[in-house]
Design a protein around this ligand. Structure first.
Ligand code: BT5
Length: 330
């Protein structure tokens, strides 16, 4: 086992154990000498990991540094396709750009590109996404779905459901999905999702799933204050960004096969979390503006609306805002 592998193995063992682990046991598990374990512990401490040493019981991880560390994260999602390769950059314009570039260069499915800070993080239609340094998770996953192109529209619902579940599991706060791509806690946006599909003549199609999670912000710019929140604001304490990143990758990976087979499970969850259900909304899709009451989500994840004249319509993509001019929301 190489030195780096031993360090990663050591971190993985410490992360998984709620108890102290004796040095001899770690040495045996990692097949290195006890001296090597002590040297790796010293190195991890130097990198900011707070590791307690009890002379009788051994080592226990108390806190990890508030930094995204690629090897550590890869170890936390070992065995998953999504996150099988993890890259962390200190600063970039947009992780979606980086992942797309690597996708064009032939990178394998499952690559996850994180940045501590984005200088030009974007939302849909070129809107700006605030991505302050070390406050959140700003990352993109490279996907090469093998299923037919018509099914690619399912990606948004799949991503929203998996991320909503992971965040609920990590925070114990109820998460809702504002169709199609926002995750809300207590009526405010904590996550935005941006899927960009890349098709070319060679048939090497891929999609980049961009995810922005507000984790440890204590405030937002004035124009976002009424709409945006962080997980820290919702929970009342700071959160470990690595744990949240790992939980999201694991849930996405776990749900990935259901895109093709078992998508009804994803839709069932999306319906239960539907923030817009029963509300009068306006949806802008390209040049079309439709107004009506949300009656549900169909089997493909599309939004079902009842129009003023009583007709039902299905909307596959668009921008939904709760309508002030429509009938009462009650
Ligand atoms: C989104 O767009 O919500 C998709 C955001 C995706 C961001 C990720 S970060 C990693 C990857 N790399 C990128 O460059 N992007 C992805 P949309 O539905 O268009 O919402 C954008 C709107 O959300 C903005 O116009 C603001 O009103 C609001 N907004 C901006 N930053 C926000 C934040 N940090 N938290 C909550 N709302 C925000």
């Amino acid at each position: 086992m190489s030195k780096t592998e031993a360090d990663i193995g050591l971190l993985r063992a410490l992360r998984r154990s709620p108890h102290h682990i004796p040095r001899s046991e770690l040495a045996e598990r990692l097949q290195v000498s006890p001296e090597n374990v002590a040297a790796s512990i010293a190195e991890l401490r130097g990198a900011g990991y707070d590791i307690e040493e009890n002379p009788h019981l051994g080592y226990k991880l108390i806190t990890a540094p508030d930094r995204l560390i690629a090897d550590d994260l890869a170890g936390m999602v070992e065995g998953a396709l999504l996150g099988s390769r993890v890259l962390v950059f200190e600063k970039t314009d947009s992780t979606n750009n980086l992942a797309a570039r690597m996708g064009r260069e032939g990178a394998a499915e499952g690559l996850a590109v994180f940045a501590e800070e984005q200088t030009a993080g974007r939302g849909r239609l070129g809107r700006r996404w605030e991505s302050d340094a070390r406050m959140g998770l700003w990352f993109s996953l490279l996907l090469r779905p093998r299923f037919s192109l018509p099914l690619w529209t399912r990606l948004t619902t799949w991503a929203a459901v998996a991320i909503a579940e992971a965040i609920e599991q990590e925070t114990n706060r109820r998460t809702m999905i504002k169709w199609p791509n926002d995750i809300y806690v207590d009526g405010k946006k904590v996550v935005g999702i941006l899927i960009e599909s890349h098709f070319d003549n060679s048939g090497e199609n891929f999609a980049v799933l961009g995810i922005g999670v507000n984790v440890n912000h204590t405030q937002f710019p004035l124009e976002l204050q009424s709409r945006a929140a962080s997980l820290r604001m919702a929970c009342g304490h700071p959160l470990d960004r690595m744990q949240i990143a790992a939980a999201i990758l694991r849930k996405l990976d776990q749900w990935y096969p259901t895109l093709e087979d078992g998508f009804h499970q994803v839709v069932t969850d999306a319906r239960e979390r539907s923030f817009l259900n029963g509300k009068w909304i306006q949806v802008i899709s390209g040049k079309n503006v439709t107004e009506g009451m949300v009656t549900g989500i169909d089997s493909e994840g599309c939004l079902l609306l009842r129009l003023h004249n009583g007709d039902e319509t299905t909307i596959s993509s668009g921008e939904a805002t709760i309508s002030m001019s429509g009938r009462d929301n009650s």
